[in-house]
Design a protein around this ligand. Sequence first.
Ligand SMILES: [Zn+2]
Length: 323
Amino acid sequence: MGASRGDGCGACVLPSGVSVLERGWLSSNNVVLHGASPEEGAVLVDTGYASHAEQTLALLDASLLPAESLRLIVNTHLHSDHCGGNALIAQRHGCPILIPPGEYAAISTWDEEALSYRSTGQRCDRFTPAGKLTPGQVLRQGGRDWHVHAAPGHDPHSVILYEPSSGTLLSADALWERGFGIVFPELDGEDAFEEVAATLDIIERLKPEIIIPGHGAPFTDIAKAIGIARERLDYFRREPHRHAVHAVKALTAFHMLEVVHSTRDALLAWLVSTPIFVSTWRRFFPDRDLLHWSNELVDQLIAAKILGASSTNGSVMLQISKA
Ligand SMILES: [Zn+2]
C-alpha cells in the first residue's frame, strides 16, 4: 500500500506539475494535476477505495503545493477502487466532482441496481457529481490540455486522459504495465473483448511516451505493455472461461484486501451470496456445484500463495498475502 510522491518513477520522469500517489490494488492510483500557480488549484484524478479515504486525503494534502487547494475531482470510471474517496475528499475540500457520462444518472440517484457496488459486494460512499467528463472534451489544467477519450472494455463507460505536449496518458484500467482490468461486461454475457482491442488500438495511435496506469508504477515501454495486453486478450478470447476464473479470483483477492482476515467459512458464505459470483458461476460453470466450485477457487488462491491459510480453534483462517 506504499505511496510515492511523484517527481520520478524509477526509469521514467513524470511531466512537471503531475504527481502520482501510487497505491496498491484495493485503491487505484491517485494523480494530482497541479495548477500553474497555487491560485489555479489542483485537480485530482481518482480517489481510491472507501476504506482508504482518510489515507487518500492525507496523501493528497501532503502532495499539494504550499497555498494550493483542490479545485476539482475527476473520475476515469466509477468502480469502487477509483471513486471511493470522492465523498470525503469533495466534502473536506469543498470541490465539485466530474464523472464520465455513462453512469451519470445512476450515480446521481445512487441506483444500486445499476451501479456495480452491490453486485460485487464492494463499498462506495455516496457522492453527488456536479457534471460530466465527456469524451472529446479537453480539461485545461496547469497550462496543459488533457484530452478525454472513451476507453470501453474493462468498463463500458471508462475514459482515459491524454496530454499531447508531454505524451502523458492516464490509462486507468484500460492498460497496465502487465495487462488490463477484468472485462466486466463479458461476465454478464456481453461481448466486450472487441472493445478492449479497440481501446488498445486507440492508445497505440495516441503514441504516449509515458503511461500512468490505474494500478502500478508509471511506465514508458508502451509497445511492450500493449504487446502483453494483446497476448492476454487473445488468450481470453480463445478461453472465455479462463477470463471468468481470473475475474472471480481477482474479485475474491480484492475482498480479502478489504477484510484482511476471514475464516474460510465466512469467505465461502460471502462468495455464494455475492451476486457477481453467483451469476458468473451460473453463466460459465452451471454443471458445477456452487459450493464445490467456490471451495476450489479458494484452494487455488491458497496454492498460488495469494491467500495464506492457518488453523485456529478448529477453523481455517485466511489472510491476504499479496497486497
Ligand atoms: Zn476498474
